[in-house]
Every structure is written in structure tokens, then in C-alpha cells.
Ligand binder design. Structure first.
Ligand code: SF4
Length: 296
């Protein structure tokens, strides 16, 4: 493992809209899950070797110092730029020890991952939820393991991720599914969206948070479109994206509106939360008696 220097671990979020988090934390840089659409490959992040995982040197000491300095309690987000449960975490235990610190400093956590390794830390999430909000978000963009193997070749298959949702939910941890991105012309069928939604409900998820489209920008765009053509030869998907979206950043599915209607209706029928505000308030409401920055 290569270790890279870091000054701070906690980055204050400008807005708390994204799952209500006050700070974002990345213990690792880069990710080997290989999702072909990953935004963290964009040139603006200046990591030409994104697919190789690096760990932040002295991360736990830095995190402890950051936690001691920051206003607490706070909700800390993990998993925005790299997956905290990449395969190296199994041995390195950085995420696990960071959760111990978050617990010791009485903070909450909102974590996003594509790995079922998250289940290993169910005991710590259980301890944190005794005093602060915990939101576990497991990303599933398709329920089809074979399709996911083309789009997210280094990540555990969705069947294992959904099993992780089931196990975390059974442990009483507020857990749901991120159904994003939903790739135009590849995953944006009602069948796919409803299959993920229904599988999430069967696994005991509290919510499904969806975005019907993908983002593209410099550095990531050409990689993504090249990988799409490699994964689906002869379908002209790269050209189709170029024609429709050009250099646009937000690339919504042409079917986004009808997908949202069918998705939101099914979520209501299944008792799943699907609006960000409702998800965050359901996760944080039980802690409303504390003077939290969660409610900024
Ligand atoms: S798991 Fe997340 S960070 Fe890792 S490659 Fe996939 S989208 Fe990127």
C-alpha cells in the first residue's frame, strides 16, 4: 500500500444538503472497484492513477486531531470520492478504526459503499446509533449481477450488496440503497429501476435514493465512453452519448420523468422513503433533543 500525506481528514461541507452531512472524510485516495462511470476519475481531482488505492498517512491521528478541533456533534460523510470499503480495508482497518474515533467523539456517520464488507462494522454502527444518526447507503445501480460485472467490474455483485442491506437492516441500522447513477440507454428501463427498488424493499431498506442519469466531465468522459463501447461492442453507445450530451455535465436519461413517476409510486406502495429531505429527517429525528448541527 502506498501512503500519501494529508493535512486534514475532515472537509467542512459548504452545504449540508447531501444526506445532511457536515463534513466529508476520505481515508483513501483512489478506488479499485473500477466503476466505468466514476466521477472521481475527472481531471479536476488530479489523480491520474485513480484505479490504484492509496491510503492517507497517519490518518487516524489526523482524524483524532480534526475531531477534537471541530464543532461536535456533527454528521460525517464517508464514501464520496473513494470507497471506504475497498478490498484493502479488510486488512488495513482504517475505516473501522475511524468509526471507533467517530463513536468516541460522539459524532454521527453517513457512509456510502459498493461493498458488503460494510457488514463487518455493523457492531460499530450499532454503537454510534446509540448517541448519533447513522445512515448506511449501499449503491446498487442494477439488480443484474452480469450487467454490474460490466459496469462495476471490481465491486462485489449487487446480490451481495443487497444481502449486506438485509444484514444491516436486521441489525437495526438505518440502511438504504443509492440507485445512482442510472446510465442512459443501459440501465434506464422501468424494469431495471423497479427491480432494484423491489429488491431493496425485500432486503429491509428504509429508503431508495435515485438519480436517473449520469455526470460526465473532462478526464472521466472519454474513459467512460471508451469503456461503454468496450463493454457493449457494436451498440454505438459512446457515439450516442456524444451526440446527445456533448460536453454537458448533468446527463439525464431521456426517460427520467417517466422513470421518476413509476419509481416514486412504487416506493410509496412499498413504504420506502425516496426524497432526500425525508430520508435525512427520518435518520436524524430520534436525536432531535441533542444540540446538533445535523439540523442546520
Ligand atoms: S466504488 Fe465509488 S469511488 Fe469506487 S470506482 Fe465505484 S463509483 Fe468510484
Amino acid at each position: 500500500m502506498e501512503y500519501i500525506p494529508a493535512k486534514h481528514l475532515l472537509q467542512r461541507n459548504r452545504s449540508t444538503e447531501w444526506f445532511g452531512t457536515d463534513h466529508t472524510m476520505n481515508l483513501y485516495r483512489g478506488c479499485c472497484h473500477g466503476c466505468i462511470y466514476c466521477d472521481s476519475r475527472s481531471a479536476c481531482y488530479q489523480d491520474p492513477e485513480f484505479d490504484r488505492v492509496k491510503a492517507k498517512a497517519d490518518a487516524l491521528r489526523i482524524l483524532r486531531d480534526d475531531l477534537a478541533r471541530k464543532a461536535r456533534p456533527a454528521l460525517i460523510g464517508m464514501g464520496s470520492m473513494s470507497d471506504p470499503y475497498n478490498p484493502f480495508e479488510r486488512e488495513l482497518l482504517l475505516t473501522r478504526h475511524a468509526l471507533e474515533l467517530i463513536d468516541a467523539y460522539q459524532c454521527g456517520v453517513a457512509v456510502a459503499t459498493k461493498s458488503d464488507l460494510i457488514v463487518r462494522d455493523a457492531d460499530l454502527y450499532g454503537m454510534i446509533r446509540e448517541h448519533s444518526p447513522v445512515i448506511c447507503k449501499v449503491t446498487v445501480t442494477t439488480a443484474d449481477d452480469a450487467l454490474a460485472a460490466k459496469l462495476e467490474p471490481g465491486a462485489p455483485p449487487p446480490s451481495r450488496r443487497l444481502e449486506a442491506v438485509r444484514r444491516l437492516s436486521e441489525a437495526g441500522i438505518f440502511t438504504g440503497v443509492l440507485l445512482m447513477p442510472v446510465l442512459p440507454f443501459v440501465e434506464d428501463s422501468e424494469e431495471n429501476v423497479l427491480a432494484v427498488t423491489e429488491a431493496a424493499a425485500r432486503a429491509g431498506a428504509k429508503f431508495v435514493c435515485a438519480a436517473f442519469g449520469v455526470t460526465m466531465r473532462e478526464g472521466q468522459r472519454e474513459y467512460f465512453l471508451g469503456q461503454l463501447d468496450r463493454a457493449f461492442p457494436g451498440q454505438g453507445l459512446g457515439e450516442r452519448y456524444r451526440k446527445r450530451y456533448g460536453y454537458r455535465y448533468q446527463c439525464s436519461s431521456p426517460r427520467a420523468r417517466e422513470l421518476w413517476e413509476g419509481f416514486s409510486r412504487r416506493c410509496r406502495e412499498l413504504g420506502l422513503l425516496y426524497e432526500m429531505g425525508h430520508i435525512v429527517s427520518a435518520a436524524t429525528r430520534p436525536y432531535a433533543d441533542r444540540q446538533l448541527t445535523f439540523f442546520d
